[in-house]
Design a protein around this ligand. Structure first.
Ligand SMILES: Cc1cc2nc3c(=O)[nH]c(=O)nc-3n(C[C@H](O)[C@H](O)[C@H](O)COP(=O)(O)OP(=O)(O)OC[C@H]3O[C@@H](n4cnc5c(N)ncnc54)[C@H](O)[C@@H]3O)c2cc1C
Length: 416
């Protein structure tokens, strides 16, 4: 039995902590805020088990002028942060070229295809079945030609990996989702994607199960990782306390890079910031599943307490002030997608998708530094991949075969 420190209590950190505690290790989880209250609090709850298109891909390169000119409803850039973001963007563009994107897609699919089993395992063990929703989700549009262009690359990738999808039109779409505006005529249905009704409660449920297994939570920021005799041997908290550990898992989301920098490990991690607004349930027919509105630029995810509208990506420094005006502009258009939905914002939120330029997370032992494990960089897929990451980390600590070649996800690695 080993003593393991897990830094960060988002979905990734609590999943690592739970799987490690399940194996019988003494696990201490550190976070200065309550578990699950950072980025893992406010996502759309989608379990993207058929996600096979890297964030950067050749079709996206074709949309570059629209992205740069602010004409893409899913993207905005804080221009004054451009100099700081340029090195990341440069590598992102490299990873979006055909050959690289083709390889990365396969490495992404190797993860998402294993993600459901890890969710099912943790859901059953932590008794969280009541939060699961079935039925997949939709990417919907009014204009057929624009729709076909927008989903072209995704459909090609789904075909390549034999993953299920349907294109629904007219009555078939209306029957599946009667709440949609009748002018929305076509949609991509991803039937096997899962969803949780409340991503925060899901993370919290795993955390509570971790505590029931005897895991400890210390409400403290880890200030430094202590390197002695070639390996990480302890963590130092902000109050100056040192806690010895046989291994340390860095699962601090977008803040992970700051912890690793003093050790000479410098993963190019940025925040793909994203927003949500909670809206009251619509008058009239309710949405049955999450819907991505391709032309309007948001996702609508029905949850217990209302409908959550989530935004696309704002590239900006993590610590820059939020741009709620961008979110509100999207909220004003909700009635165009679901006529009974009113743009009455009940709460607003911003989170930080932790993103590496090659659309792959960092998972595994950090080469050259004994006792250090990386578990961050899950960008748009942190909820989807959190439990799998926890299971892989526990396999590595136990010396078990993780059943997957982990080299593509290890640090340090080349980011093109
Ligand atoms: C709008 C939006 C919609 C999304 N929708 C989806 C979706 O539908 N499906 C999906 O799979 N993903 C989705 N995502 C992505 C997903 O939410 C993230 O990938 C995921 O939450 C990242 O989890 P994490 O545990 O890595 O980070 P976080 O949840 O951010 O947790 C990191 C934790 O580390 C802590 N920390 C930082 N520094 C330290 C330190 N020095 N010491 C101790 N603790 C520290 C922080 O306080 C924080 O609690 C969405 C994201 C956004 C923004």
């Amino acid at each position: 039995m080993a003593t393991i420190a897990v830094v960060g209590a988002g979905i990734v950190g609590v999943s690592c902590a739970w799987f490690l505690a399940r194996d019988g290790h003494r696990v201490v989880l550190f976070d200065p805020v309550d578990p699950g209250t950072a980025t893992s609090f406010g996502n759309a709850g989608i379990l993207s088990f058929s996600h096979c298109l890297p964030v950067g891909h050749p079709d996206l390169l074709k949309r570059l002028p629209a992205l740069v000119l602010g004409r893409d409803p899913f993207f905005r850039m804080r221009m004054r942060d451009l100099p700081r973001l340029t090195p990341w963007l440069w590598r992102f563009l490299g990873a979006s070229r055909p050959k690289a994107a083709h390889r990365i897609a396969a490495q992404l699919v190797a993860l998402v295809q294993r993600a459901e089993a890890a969710h099912r395992e943790i859901t059953a063990a932590c008794r969280l079945e009541h939060l699961w929703l079935e039925g997949g989700w939709l990417k919907a549009a009014r204009d057929r030609a624009r729709f076909l262009k927008a989903v072209r690359a995704e459909r090609a990738a789904l075909d390549r990996f034999g993953l299920p999808y349907r294109v629904l039109e007219g009555d078939a779409l209306r029957e599946l989702e009667p709440a949609l505006d009748p002018r929305i005529t076509v949609a991509l249905h991803l039937p096997e994607e899962g969803r949780v009704s409340d991503p925060y409660r899901y993370t919290l449920g795993i955390f509570r199960a971790f505590e029931r297994k005897g895991g400890r939570f210390l409400r403290s920021r880890v200030r430094a990782l202590v390197r002695r005799r070639g390996g990480i041997r302890a963590v130092v908290t902000e109050s100056g306390e040192e806690m010895e550990a046989d291994a340390v898992v860095v699962a601090a989301g977008v803040w992970s890079a700051g912890l690793l920098a003093p050790l000479g490990v410098a993963p190019p991690l940025v925040a793909e910031r994203g927003y949500h607004a909670m809206l009251p349930h619509p008058d009239g027919p309710q949405l049955r599943r999450a819907v991505l509105a391709l032309e309007e630029g948001f996702v609508l995810a029905p949850m217990k307490t209302g409908v959550r509208l989530t935004s696309g990506v704002e590239l900006a420094r993590a610590e820059a002030p939020p741009t709620y005006a961008w979110l509100r502009a999207r909220v004003r258009r909700v009635g165009e997608v679901v006529p009974g939905l009113r743009p009455d914002i009940q709460s607003e939120w911003m989170g930080h998708r932790p993103s590496l330029p090659d659309s792959l997370p960092a998972i595994g032992w950090v080469a050259g530094i004994e006792g250090l494990l990386a578990a961050f960089g899950h960008h748009h897929l942190g909820l989807t991949l959190g439990p799998l990451t926890g299971r892989l980390i526990a396999d590595l600590v136990a010396g078990r075969d993780p059943g997957l070649e982990l080299a593509p996800y290890r640090l340090p690695r080349s980011f093109l």
